[in-house]
Ligand binder design. Sequence first.
Ligand code: G3P
Length: 221
Amino acid sequence: MKLFIDSAKIEEIQKLEDLGVIDGITTNPTLASVTGKKFKDLVSEIFETLSKDRIINLEVIATDYDNILKQARALAALDSRVVVKIPCIPDGLKACKKLSEEGIRVNITLVFSPMQALLCAKMGAFYVSPFVGRLDDISMDGMDVISEIVKIYKNYEYKTQILFASVRSVEHIRLAALAGVDIVTSPYNFIMEMYNHPLTDKGLAQFLEDWKNAGEEFIAV
Ligand code: G3P
């Protein structure tokens, strides 16, 4: 399973890039706007921060076919690592088909139902991004939507990859992995939480204490 960070904060992206744990990033207009940086400058910084084999999801803000095409082509031309995020609306899906035929990878975002996901696959999307947390937020079951998308894609052997988005907990990441999604995009804090277990901390403290008490010396390094 690939792991992306859902953030436009350079410090967070840099930390996870340094740890070598992420395969890419997702951004959206909200995440970009809270940085307070000009989008152009932010994008340049993101390109510099991430290594060559990472995936960088950048989103259009146009909502009509012609302008979605223009913005998507402009984003894709910036860097070979870019996957273009386009909202799940009729013009967006029409543009997805055209762009996919041109070899531009598209991530259809703001997906909330298996039927939307079916259309994304039919239109050649590279990624489909179901927003699980936002469904849970309104007392629907986001995981049910994920399970149905996984089943539908298997039934028809669609190549579109499922990108589990809108993560609200580490538990979401565990459930996503069990469901067999291709990618999870998570905020920084939940990725860091994945490392944690109290028994790891306790066990390590004990190892170091026992070593110290024994007056041992490590091999020459
Ligand atoms: O990248 C988009 C998605 O992950 C949004 O998450 O937390 O705003 O629902 P959230």
